[in-house]
Design a binder for this molecule. Structure first.
Ligand SMILES: [Zn+2]
Length: 313
């Protein structure tokens, strides 16, 4: 009988549940919106249970042996109780995850921060397969990361190790970060949500006369870059420098053999992101391989599956 894992991507916008085999074949994948209406976070738990039930039913029809349930989740997490607590991305104080799902399905359940599990997925299913030292970086609405060092998955006190989006990478602009805890953080400049915000600030700081009214999202910015708009290309070179500064910190902190990048900003705009690494990365340590994740949008789901097949310790 074929062995498979139930992989859950618990995001702020979508819940995705997949059935993935040990050789990385996705047999089935379903999704729904993440409920934001309701008295307590249990509305999210119940929706997850519903989706998981339907995948388990399907697995019975095709004779697949489900070994466990892996969950890649938004944070912050309360590791001990297996819950999401005080997340800025959902309107509930607590979302209980591990206990109710364990109780319902009587299977092992693993819950990790999405970037932590994504790097574990990269190591077992993706470009990190042949390496002991792997870093995964996502540049999407925010910036996050996960690291495997000497084959060990790093998670820290509360699963928040490798919060690289809040590395301090700049003191020239001292731009305040969306986390409201500091200035000069990588995410504050280079994430999808912050690119338009920093663009407007950058124009002002450099006294560049350019009407930025039409630029509301990072997609608008990259659209203008594709039309070879000079001011935007100049800005993206500045972003390239800042991304390189972030990567420099990653390299000296974790000494990886390979860094993979994912997240919508990278996946859809790599031609505006990657060239600057070559130009601006410092060489204090040997520069590792740097690639786009071959697992694309599903890196987090593969991460969840890898938690089941290779439980981290
Ligand atoms: Zn920050």
């Amino acid at each position: 009988m074929q062995k498979a894992a139930i992989a859950i991507d618990l995001g702020a916008t979508n819940l995705r549940v997949a059935l993935i085999t040990k050789i990385g074949k996705t047999i089935k994948k379903i999704k729904s919106k993440t409920p934001h209406q309701g008295k307590t976070g249990k509305v999210i738990t119940n929706q997850l249970i519903k989706l998981t039930e339907s995948i388990i039913e399907f697995s019975k029809q095709i004779d697949v042996n489900v070994l466990g349930i892996g969950i890649s989740s938004i944070g912050p997490l309360d590791f001990k109780n297996g819950e999401i607590i005080n997340s800025p991305n959902v309107p509930f104080k607590r979302v209980p995850v591990v206990q109710p799902i364990k109780k319902k399905f009587k299977l092992p359940v693993y819950l990790y921060n999405d970037c932590t599990s994504a790097v574990w997925g990269e190591k077992h299913f993706g470009a990190g397969k042949n390496y002991k030292n792997v870093v995964y970086i996502t540049i999407s609405s925010g910036i996050g990361g996960g690291a495997v060092v000497d084959n060990h998955l790093l998670f820290g006190r509360g699963g928040n190790a490798v919060e690289i989006g809040h590395f301090k990478i700049d003191t020239k602009y001292n731009f305040p970060c969306g986390c409201k805890k500091g200035k000069g953080h990588w995410e504050g400049y280079c994430s999808g949500n912050n690119l338009p915000r920093f663009f407007k600030f950058w124009l002002k700081e450099n006294k560049i006369n350019f009407s930025a009214k039409s630029i509301k999202t990072s997609k608008d910015l990259f659209g203008l870059a594709r039309k070879k708009e000079k001011v935007v290309l100049k800005f993206l070179e500045e972003i390239g420098k800042l991304n390189a500064a972030g990567l420099n910190n990653v390299i000296v902190a974790y000494d990886p053999e390979i860094i993979t990048l994912g997240g919508s900003v990278v996946l859809y705009n790599k031609e505006f992101i990657f060239p600057y690494f070559k130009k601006y990365l410092e060489k204090y340590l040997k520069i590792p391989k740097i690639a786009v994740t071959p697992l694309k949008e599903d890196v987090v789901l593969f991460g969840a599956a890898s938690l089941v097949f290779w439980p981290p310790n």
